[in-house]
Write a protein that binds this ligand. Structure first.
Ligand code: NAG
Ligand code: NAG
Length: 162
């Protein structure tokens, strides 16, 4: 029993030590871009003073549609000792018993422009994630996923002119 407990402790310690870059090393360009947008959005909030780090990836989906690329991410964010303006520094330690947020986000990127067709970003304290919220996120995310780009005027105008 004791060795099991010790082994588990070592595994947990290793997990905590893994850096954000390693966690997201298999992310695509679109997923990386999404992650940066979410982190910016999160840290722009006035009530967030500290920098937070990604500690766990819960979901990372990317689907190519003819209307654009859909990305859905869900991850945990842990509070660090750094102020948010220094959050990208490598020596930002996690706060013991610090706050943990859960971020859920969906994006629909256009292929031929930097424009984002639709997006949903929802970062809340992990305690606020209940089934009601999960359902609401799921529904809103579906709408983002199915969002179509505005038709190009040149090629479609003759179809829509009355
Ligand atoms: C996404 O970011 C991670 C972490 O910085 C990096 O390891 C990975 O190569 C990036 N993926 C792409 C496609 O650039
Ligand atoms: C969202 O809802 C659909 C159907 O209602 C379900 O199949 C899917 O697993 C749900 N996804 C999540 C993330 O809850």
């Amino acid at each position: 029993m004791k060795t099991v407990a010790i082994t588990w402790w070592i595994i947990s310690a290793l997990i905590v030590v893994r850096s954000e870059g390693e966690i997201t090393s298999d992310f695509s360009e679109n997923q990386n871009k999404s992650l940066q947008l979410i982190l910016e959005h999160f840290h722009n909030k006035d009530h967030i003073k500290n920098g937070f780090k990604v500690s766990d990836i819960l979901k990372s989906i990317e689907v190519d549609y003819s209307s654009g690329v859909f990305v859905n991410l869900e991850f945990a964010l842990k509070q660090t000792t750094c102020h948010k303006t220094h959050r990208t520094k490598t020596d930002c330690e996690l706060v013991k018993n610090g706050r943990t947020f859960n971020c859920f986000a969906c994006f629909k990127f256009s292929y031929n422009s930097p424009k984002i067709l639709s997006q949903l970003i929802d970062c809340v304290n992990i305690l606020q994630v209940d089934s009601k919220r999960t359902n609401r996120r799921n529904q809103s995310c579906k709408e983002v996923e199915l969002k179509k780009g505005s038709e190009k005027v040149g090629s479609y105008s003759f179809l829509t002119s009355q």
